[in-house]
Design a protein around this ligand. Structure first.
Ligand code: MYA
Length: 632
């Protein structure tokens, strides 16, 4: 888990002591013994001290706007033409051929529907054309999955588990031979793929898997043993990306340790079996099953991304796919909102159409804002990925967290607007809500992804301060003066030079306050590092507030960027978008303030420790402790 991971080393007390020294005017030499110092510096040196990620830079109080301004257009003319050819048939297919309610009731996708999806090219949207794929970039893919998400999330997961994670590792890390061998069949949907990471004892703690692969005596195969659970497409996938521990000997020390390696495993290798389809709350037509590996001989050529590199392979596959969830859920929100509006504009109660009441208006406006943020994040990230950025893992994690919670809220409120009708299966919202529940859990639970965002950012801030300390030691005057000037400006309340000046004048106030929030965020991070040192790892009440503030700041910047583009281009929805951005930012700024204050407010800190105590007592007791007020 995160607690035991590398973050622990990076946020060591040493770093914090160094930060403290850095903040004082006369840096002192470290009293640490030489071995510890070398180990620590090596670890820190592994971390980039420069990142182009907007979210990463928030943690040092800086608005690095290269990735967020201007809001990307995303597609050139050729891309648009290709997409234009695809969107309508996909839309038509989901309107006329796919039957979401039938899929749900049968817990399966009928073969005729699967065949229709094959004919659309839907199984290889991003696989390169030379391997029978459609060759879409991330932005084109986002637009198509947005369409799918508006109709049937179960089919979306059938498709997504196959290509967004199932064989994505082969396109990202495969050798030419691996690509030639596997992509042509999976890209057409002739064979299905699955991503096999999770195990009974390893969910969020992905590094702790127990499935093992050991080299055969002749050195030609790895012999794979173990089992995986909750594998999407696991009941029938012929090609699987499987993660397993492999023993690795350090040539320098002779010491052998287990490290995760990724393998391409074919069902036909022998020894691969699957359990029955799991019965689930939602996405019922997407197959979920256990997969067992019993002495499966995997040729050594099927190692994916290098022996011992499996954890990074897994993380990169997940990072690369998360924006797709935001795109799909943007489509879901559009559809739920449309259903709510159809009802609100037709339903009359107390003599008036219900859309004329403030209560309904507030719900609809919030639904629109949540959608606006989600859709903006999805396309901002997909475009950055298309431009070749590799620094997007925090943004991708945020988009997954935000989208899954936004879609839940939007659909829940749509049901509320429909009242009793919303609770009935006939209008479809009940199914959508069931389908949506898993999105907050899989592909990294939102809870673990929040911690991931907070800890990765804190680690970056720690590395940044470490670099400054080095500059102080070596007398790099430029770096030192730059930092000194920044700190001086903060103390006299001046804004940093990077102040979201790109934002349209109509949203200048929101830009200015968001820029201040970035600075306040950086100061809070620094003070947390100084106060808690490595113990910040265990301060999850605080980490969650840090993550919440980071998510809100990123959301603000993304919508300010998009609304600015709309206003600058004077598009037909520009004024509407300006209103969405303004209200969203105003409310988010209040939440950011609350979250940043909470991590230092005595009363909040006291509440956190009381809540921790309440939970401990409940767990010791095995349930709720409070007695029934009747005493019986
Ligand atoms: S698939 C199962 C999903 N499972 C997970 O997501 C597991 C969640 N757990 C984790 O991500 C990790 O274990 C965490 C780290 C984050 C908890 N990018 O010491 P560490 C580096 C890049 O912190 P741990 C499913 O649900 C880190 O910097 N690097 O690790 C299918 C460090 O590097 P270094 C990363 O404490 C659902 C090293 O790794 C990342 O053990 C079907 C160790 O880090 C990262 N993210 O735990 C969905 N994380 O050594 C279908 C860590 O250099 C998809 N590192 O310092 C559908 C798509 C939508 C389409 C829909 C169409 C409609």
């Amino acid at each position: 888990m995160l607690r035991s991971g590398r973050n622990l080393q990076l946020l060591s007390k040493n770093v914090v002591r160094e930060n403290l020294r850095l903040l004082s005017s006369t840096p002192q030499p470290s009293p640490k013994d030489a071995t510890k110092k070398v180990a620590k510096e090596r670890t820190l040196d592994k971390k980039p001290v420069k990142s182009s990620s907007f979210v990463m830079n928030l943690f040092i109080g800086s608005s690095n706007t290269a990735q967020v301004f201007p809001f990307p257009d995303g597609l050139n003319t050729e891309h648009k033409e290709t997409l234009g050819v695809l969107v309508d048939p996909v839309q038509k297919f989901f309107e006329e051929v796919n039957d979401a309610a039938l899929n749900d009731s049968q817990s399966a996708v009928p073969e005729a529907t699967t065949q229709g999806l094959r004919e659309l090219g839907a199984f290889g949207l991003q696989a390169p054309v030379e391997y029978n794929g459609v060759g879409l970039n991330n932005t084109q893919y986002a637009r198509l999955v947005e369409t799918v998400g508006g109709f049937d999330l179960g089919v979306g997961i059938f498709l997504g588990a196959h290509q967004s994670i199932g064989f994505k590792g082969i396109t990202l890390f495969g050798t030419e031979e691996q690509k030639k061998k596997y992509l042509p069949k999976v890209a057409t949907g002739e064979q299905f793929a699955a991503f096999c990471l999770t195990e009974p004892s390893s969910g969020s703690d992905a590094n702790s898997i127990r499935t093992r692969a050991v080299l055969s005596p002749d050195g030609k195969h790895y012999i794979l043993n173990g089992s995986k659970i909750w594998i999407s497409n696991g009941g029938f996938a012929e090609v699987m990306t499987v993660f397993a521990q492999t023993p690795i000997t350090d040539p320098a020390t002779g010491e052998t340790k287990d490290k995760v390696t990724a393998f391409i495993v074919e069902r036909k290798f022998g020894g691969v079996t699957s359990g029955p389809p799991e019965k689930k709350m939602g996405i019922k037509c997407s197959n979920t099953a256990e997969v067992y590996y019993d002495n499966v001989p995997v040729p050594i050529e099927n190692v994916l991304g290098g022996v011992g590199q499996g954890f990074k392979v897994a993380m990169n596959i997940l990072n690369n796919g998360r924006f797709g969830m935001a795109a799909a859920l943007s489509g879901t929100m559009k559809a739920s909102t449309k259903t709510a509006i159809q009802h609100a504009t037709a339903r009359v109660q107390f003599g008036r159409r219900i859309d004329s009441y403030g209560t309904i208006q507030e719900k609809l406006a919030r639904m629109a804002m949540l959608h606006y943020v989600t859709e903006s994040m999805a396309y901002m990230i997909s475009s950055n990925m298309d431009k070749g950025s590799t620094d997007f893992q925090l943004e991708a994690a945020i988009s997954k967290v935000f989208a899954s919670e936004a879609a839940w809220n939007v659909t829940d409120e749509a049901i509320q607007i429909l009242g009793g009708n919303g609770f009935m299966s006939a209008n479809g919202l009940e199914k959508v809500l069931r389908d949506l529940r898993i999105f907050r859990i899989f592909e990294g639970t939102n809870d673990i992804l929040r911690l991931f965002v907070a800890l990765t950012g804190l680690q970056y801030a720690g590395g940044h301060l470490k670099q400054l300390q080095k500059a102080v030691k070596s007398g790099n005057v430029g770096v030192i003066l730059g930092e000194a000037a920044k700190r001086a400006k903060r103390t006299v309340g001046l804004r940093q030079s990077n102040s979201l000046s790109e934002v349209h004048p109509k949203l200048a106030l929101q830009a200015q306050l968001t820029s201040k929030a970035v600075e306040g965020f950086g100061i809070t991070v620094e003070s947390l590092l100084i106060k808690h040192g490595k113990n910040i790892l265990d301060e999850q009440f605080l980490l969650n507030r840090v993550a919440a503030a980071a998510i809100d700041i990123y959301a603000n910047v993304v919508v300010l960027s998009r609304a600015t583009r709309a206003l600058n281009m004077n598009i037909s929805s520009a004024n509407h978008e300006e209103m969405l951005a303004r209200v969203w930012c105003n409310e988010a700024l209040d939440r950011i303030q609350l979250n940043l204050t909470a991590v230092k407010s005595q009363s909040q800190l006291s509440n956190f420790s009381t809540m921790s105590q309440i939970a401990k007592e409940m767990c010791e007791h095995g349930g709720l402790i409070q007695q029934n007020p009747l005493g019986i």
